[in-house]
Design a protein around this ligand. Structure first.
Ligand SMILES: [Fe+2]
Ligand SMILES: [Fe+2]
Length: 336
């Protein structure tokens, strides 16, 4: 701590000169574009939600599905709140101008996601109650860590891909037309937020020791365990909505791999050849927890399929994985 006027300043005069290489400058340019894109693509939640409710003649869904939607999207609501806080923490603490701008525009988006989701849930007669332990622990773990790489990896590369997957899968289910149309708006924004993680995490990794990187990946495994427990919490409600948790797991994994691969390939890391045992273990556990339907009551079969999953080499995906979220939406500047 310093006494104002004496000691080190909070004003970072060095924010313009931290770039190490042309490759890093290119990634930071992309971060700056995230900020400007966020501004161009901003939409007004006070206009969009009432417009969609009017277009579809109100929210019409059976009582059973309404309850399931409330439970799943209450988790999303508080996830949006956590994303808002984490992006504001990043906006405050990231030093390079372009990364700070990208995090600031994300905080602006997440505030909108939070109040619009709250407005939507009120339409379903949602009343506020604390989350189950697993989803709350997942969010708190990212909120409470002091380490910026952990926050960035946790929120932008692990939690945002989960949210994107839930949005996409619920939207495709056509379960409730107002929500399905609204989720197009969310997907458009969230895909941009993953971009901050993909573009800026490499800069952080470049400045970390091997020991720090190992601690970061141990943190990743911890978060993924909580994410699996969260999915278990949502399982019965997802089923009511006609969604198989396995589909969510597979899609999320694809997006997380695409984002992580994009970030690591900027550093020239050929991670395809490196076996990630904690991740493989987690894959096997997932296979056991969310088995195929025919193995549901066959413990031996489940162990066999978990074992195969452990040794299965994962396919690679790149950032084009996120192109599918580029829906046309009504922004403040018209349909884009
Ligand atoms: Fe969001
Ligand atoms: Fe987000």
């Amino acid at each position: 701590m310093s006494l104002a006027g004496f000691g080190p300043s909070q004003i970072r005069y060095d924010m313009f000169d931290l770039v190490k290489s042309a490759e890093e400058a290119r990634r930071l340019d992309k971060c700056e574009r995230i900020y400007h894109r966020g501004q161009d693509m901003a939409w007004d939640g006070r206009e969009i939600l009432p417009m969609l409710i009017k277009q579809h003649g109100g929210i019409r869904v059976s009582p059973e599905k309404r309850e399931a939607l409330k439970k799943v999207f209450a988790i999303i609501l508080w996830g949006e709140f956590a994303a808002w806080k984490v992006s504001a923490q990043l906006a405050d603490r990231l030093v390079p101008l372009e990364a700070k701008m990208a995090a600031t525009s994300q905080a602006f988006d997440e505030a909108r996601h939070f109040y619009v989701m709250h407005d939507y849930l009120k339409e379903l007669d949602y009343t506020i109650e604390p989350l189950d332990r697993a989803p709350q622990a997942l969010l708190d773990t990212v909120l409470e860590t002091d380490k910026l790489p952990h926050k960035l990896l946790g929120m932008q590369l692990l939690i945002e891909p989960i949210a994107l997957t839930v949005f996409q899968t619920v939207r495709e289910s056509g379960i409730e037309p107002v929500l399905c149309d609204l989720l197009r708006y969310y997907e458009r924004d969230e895909a941009r937020h993953v971009g901050l993680g993909m573009q800026y995490l490499p800069s952080m990794l470049q400045r970390m020791t091997k020991r720090e990187i190992a601690a970061l990946f141990a943190f990743q495994v911890r978060l993924m365990s909580w994410a699996m427990a969260e999915l278990k919490v949502m399982e019965s409600d997802l089923k009511v909505l006609g969604i198989t948790p396995r589909v969510i797991v597979a899609r999320t994994r694809k997006k997380q791999l695409a984002a992580t691969h994009e970030a690591l390939s900027a550093l020239g890391v050929a991670w395809r050849d490196e076996r990630n045992y904690p991740a493989a273990t987690l894959n096997a556990v997932t296979e056991f927890m969310f088995p195929e339907e025919h193995l549901r009551h066959d413990p031996k079969g489940r162990i066999g399929s978990a074992w195969r999953r452990f040794w299965h080499k994962e396919e690679l995906h790149d950032a084009s994985e996120f192109d599918q979220h580029e829906h046309a939406i009504k922004t403040l500047q018209g349909i884009q």
